[in-house]
Design a protein around this ligand. Sequence first.
Ligand SMILES: [Zn+2]
Length: 372
Amino acid sequence: MAYSVPKLTDYSAPALAAAVGECIRACAIEAAAVRNDAELKAFRDRWIGRKNGILPQINELWLKGAPKGAKRDAGIRVNELKAQIQELVEGAHVARENADSAAAERVDISLPGVRRPIGAEHPVVKTTNEMVRVFQKLGYSVAEGPVVETDYYNFESLNFPPNHPARDTQDTLFIAGQQSKPQRERLLLRTHTSPVQIRTMETMRPPIRIVIPGTVHRNDPPDASHSPMFHQIEGLAVDTNITFGDLKGTLDHAMKEFFGSNVKTSFRPSFFPFTEPSAEMFVSCFICGGSGKRDGSAPCRPCKQTGWIEVLGCGMVDPNVFEFVKDNGYDPKKVSGFAFGMGIDRLALLKYGVDDLQYFFQGDVRFLQQFG
Ligand SMILES: [Zn+2]
């Protein structure tokens, strides 16, 4: 039965205590029964509402009706009672809010799960890793170096003296505001991975066999075959009695491993400041099989109908380069070596039949998904 405020006739201390206790018990039971916002409001109005609330009724019935001698004690007990009722109403309010937020956090296990896309190797990274693996099987290890380089490592120690015209072939991006520094200490974005050759020879004594993958930068406006940022992989082998025959044998094996065992290779003379003699290496076109024609008659574009595709530059390490690291065991009279370098992005274009380099760097998932 719902609680209603009784009239008090006995104002003795035990009778007051019993009446107060009964009132609080009733309030606590009703507070615990509150299940929604409407019930909370009804509960609140019933107990502390200004018009017909139970607290105003208690004021009216218990205090005003008290005999003179009992007014003071009754006042103290009623004040305590009010405080406890207020507390119960507050408590019911807080309990409701907690119940709401718990409901919001509850997981509906009948909903379908969230599918998170799995990443995949970028075609350039994939091509880099494939090429690195080819050389790792031959006993080469991987070396890396900084992208922001000094003029010394990028040019001077690779036999590009200051004012040498070969520097003009690499449109270099220099870091601004370094005019006060000596030229060899000025910073730039490396134009090739070759500085890592010198950096490695400074720390490791011969013999060495390394491959160097990495990003390089040149001041080339972006188009279908150029980008201001691109990727190279470079190799260096130094030992006693390394000959041009070792260079040809190694690279011929590596290209067959990478492109397939039926490609042929060909070397043509070239020039690089840090190798002497130097060569460009071609592989027979793996798209048209070297015929220059596709499907019998259509011209093969990747090899420009020549049947050959240029894949890398190489040569025997110029003795002038060894002079810079002579003190670490690279006496040009005792050691010899070969170096090679290739553009990874171009190999990826050829391998996957992509006709615009920019696709690789625009981050368009619709394009990149094809390689996942
Ligand atoms: Zn072809």
